[in-house]
Design a binder for this molecule. Structure first.
Ligand SMILES: NC(=O)c1ccc[n+]([C@@H]2O[C@H](COP(=O)([O-])OP(=O)(O)OC[C@H]3O[C@@H](n4cnc5c(N)ncnc54)[C@H](O)[C@@H]3O)[C@@H](O)[C@H]2O)c1
Ligand SMILES: [Zn+2]
Length: 354
């Protein structure tokens, strides 16, 4: 029998609202998502999961006698643009959506990012509940209150605002195709490397067949605790960016999925930490990532471009590049990293600087 994975967290929003995050099985039914009689409900979703949204609308009508119109936004990053935000405001206005209504967002991280931004800004803020349908969405994008859209291809515009509820139903995540499971697992195992070392053990034993009941609540817990300690990303929240400094450069330069790039970035950071801090886990880290089927070396890319993208990374300050490094699993630190160490890290993932 699967272990009981039901857990709940509460995060004070700082704006008088509270974010309740529930994880469990078979909880995507509306009773967790829509916990009271809202006078109005509108659903925002993605093409791949619009049937799930339709099911929620049907149940909402049957049980609460409230019609819940559905708006299907473009897929993936196609939703995270200002013109879609504008169209969605107009749609909400056209259905007479008022301040006391609830938006329900059903989809992956791209969908919840844009829906959260719409909810934060429409009529200066309406309530929203998220039903994340990807692993990355469940453990990362839907938790922590960062919402926004891309400008110039980057998450440049947004606001910090928690949703009122997040419902993570592991039954949905069980049905994900392996490619989405793998990409999301990079962020799950990252939570293991920086904090919850049990997650590493779980992936080490089972690879991509890992029990979601075991690792998803643990990864959410890491994100929740980090966000509670540091909502607006002053310093502590930066540990969530482990593997992202070099990873982000490769993601953009090579156009590969975010999770793959983070895996490669963690391998490079592991080598740097080995040299700079005596980190002894870099080989173990690589094996765990390989066991999940994530890449551990970079595809061919323009290394100079990766370097330029890293320099633009927001953790850079006057004194050079700052990166999250591990002293040991579960012990992250943020450190300035000198050029020769960066070269060493890049060489580890097959990138030779000129
Ligand atoms: N707000 C944050 O703190 C935060 C953190 C990390 C990532 N993000 C954002 O999250 C996004 C990436 O998340 P993502 O990978 O979930 O992206 P996504 O929303 O683009 O989903 C990836 C793909 O999976 C499909 N999909 C969704 N649910 C599915 C299901 N149940 N079965 C099959 N296919 C399904 C989607 O339609 C899409 O094609 C990026 O935009 C990133 O910037 C935000
Ligand atoms: Zn990430």
């Amino acid at each position: 029998m699967a272990p009981d994975s039901s857990r709940e967290w509460e995060i004070a929003g700082g704006d008088g609202r509270t974010c309740t995050i529930t994880v469990g099985r078979g909880i995507a039914g509306i009773e967790h998502l829509i916990t009271r009689n809202w006078p109005q409900i509108a659903i925002l979703t993605q093409p791949t999961v619009s049937a799930m949204a339709q099911d929620i609308a049907t149940k909402t009508l049957a049980r609460l006698q409230v019609r819940a119109p559905i708006r299907v936004l473009p897929d993936e990053e196609g939703a995270k643009i200002l013109s879609v935000v504008g169209d969605t405001y107009e749609w909400l206005n056209s259905i007479g959506f008022a301040r006391d209504g609830l938006i329900v967002a059903v989809g992956g991280g791209a969908l919840t990012d844009v829906a959260g931004f719409v909810a934060a800004t429409y009529l200066r803020g309406v309530e929203i509940a998220y039903l994340p349908t990807t692993l990355l969405g469940a453990v990362d994008a839907s938790i922590g209150g960062k919402t926004g859209v891309n400008v110039d291809g980057k998450n440049l515009v947004g606001v910090f605002r928690h949703p009122g509820r997040v419902v993570v139903d592991l039954d949905i995540l069980d049905e994900l195709p392996p490619s989405l499971l793998r990409a999301g697992s990079a962020e799950v195992v990252k939570a293991g490397f920086i904090s919850a070392v049990d997650i590493i053990d779980a992936y080490e034993t089972d690879g991509l067949d890992v029990s979601l009941d075991r690792v998803v609540p643990a990864a959410i817990d890491v994100k929740v605790k980090t966000v509670i300690a540091d909502f607006r990303e002053a310093d502590l929240r930066a540990i969530l960016n482990y593997g992202h400094t070099i990873g982000h450069g490769i993601e953009v330069a090579a156009s590969i999925p975010h999770g793959h790039a983070v895996a490669i970035g963690m391998v490079a950071a592991g080598r740097i930490a080995q040299e700079a801090l005596g980190f002894a886990g870099s080989e173990r880290q690589r094996k765990v990532l390989e066991g999940i089927g994530l890449p551990t070396t970079s595809p061919r890319v323009d290394v100079a471009q990766v370097r330029r993208l890293m320099d633009r990374d927001k953790k850079r300050d006057g004194a050079g590049l700052r990166m999250v490094l591990l002293e040991d699993f579960g012990h992250p630190v943020v450190r300035h990293v000198e050029e020769d160490l960066i070269r060493l890290g890049l060489a580890e993932i097959g990138l030779v600087t000129g």
